[in-house]
Design a protein around this ligand. Sequence first.
Ligand code: NAD
Length: 485
Amino acid sequence: MTASLQPKASHYVGGQYVEDTAGTPLVSTYPADGSTNANLHAATPAIVEQAIAAADAARAGWAAMTGSERGRILRRAAEIIRERNHELSVLETRDTGKPLQETLVADAASGADCLEYFGSIAAGLTGEHIQLGADFAYTIREPLGVCVGIGAWNYPTQIACWKAAPALACGNTMVFKPSEVTPLGALKLAEILTEAGLPDGVFNVVQGFGEVGGALVGDARVAKVSLTGSVPTGRKVYAAAAADMKHVTMELGGKSPLVIFDDANLDDAVSAAINANFYSSGQICSNGTRVFVQSGIKDRFLAELKRRTETATIGDPMDEATNFGPMVSQTQVDITLGYIAKGVEEGATLVTGGKAHALGGLYLEPTIFADVTDEMTIAREEIFGPVMSVLTFEDEAEVLARANDTDFGLAAGVFTRDLARAHRVVAGFEAGTCWINTYNLTPIEMPFGGVKASGVGRENAQSAIAHYSQLKSVYVGMTPVEAAF
Ligand code: NAD
């Protein structure tokens, strides 16, 4: 075990680490070799109570501070994260198995961007004034109260920041439950926020499996739940939140289309397909896993895609030359191998990959299927592993109908040099986040989220503010009050 990865305790509540060894054991392991990063415990009901009580108690004081004061703390936390980016990236790699080459630029770094962004706009959050003749009205932007954040395991630090930063900027407090698979990054964020001056109890972390998430969602003191996870979990959490009419943000799964027309720049389209399927070993919600290629470019596209995919550097995630690491868990390996077997069984053509990698353990080969049809299981269900399905199409109307023929609606992309067609296709996509001639870029300045079964609400950008605050409308009568009698 790497001693330095063992946190002082499992949970962070009221500005300090707390433990309850009665909780179910929860082990963080390094996916690259199975070694133990840290031994933790899931939260007991006593810890859940302590965390919600701490967030509730901190609410009034935090909300009473000015936006400038709150923003300064968030921006200071962003600075600390940037100063410690290397150490935090190593931690993220140990927790997730993602290559250091990725975590150095995509995880803590994007969390810092998020804290900086919301720290910068906190002072400018306002209501509005509405003149009504001699009378007028105004709105007050109020925080919601105690928010619960629940994370997935693929971007543990980024997800914690994407939820905490807008919530805290608006004057809410938060209890965050990381995925049981990747418990470490959120604890570091809590430590750093304290160091940056965050009052105790404003951001708390409790560990645990689904039942701890369920206990948090069911607590009457909680005003809002923001979940990043799968659609089945989303349905449960949304239903539980509805009982108390809680606000929700749901960032769920996808089976997103990436449409490549004959006139596309071939190299860029291949790069995008690789990024859209094999970054983070394919464990990204917005991945473009249904790659629709127009028939005229298909053979050249597949040849180049296969050639480049077979040059992936697969190995030790801590080696900065590695650009494809292990899967996060044996569960995810088994799920992915199951889908690969289905692809073969249902008649798709295996272009490359298709099995466990020679390195063994949790390593898989990046896998590409061609001649995939719309009804095949690998074209319909989210795999969340490095499996790309290539489908062929003839014309625009056809591909748009096929791209939208799914319950999911998280993301979509199009490659073409025809400007009008690009915008027309994007307008037709039933997806919350779209890209033209690129894929999977999610800067903090751009709203992110899904439609249909992929989610409710938006994270990032100004739009997140609407999901972490509510308006109180105040009508001010300046004239005599008229009555019928
Ligand atoms: P998951 O749904 O299994 O778990 C997500 C989180 O919910 C975990 O913390 C889990 O402990 C918790 N949970 C499970 N059951 C719960 C319950 N009944 N009540 C409350 N909490 C509960 O998802 P996962 O396997 O951790 O992550 C992969 C999924 O997340 C994929 O479907 C992926 O597409 C999705 N995802 C979406 C986004 C996005 O922004 N849209 C980002 C990353 C991942």
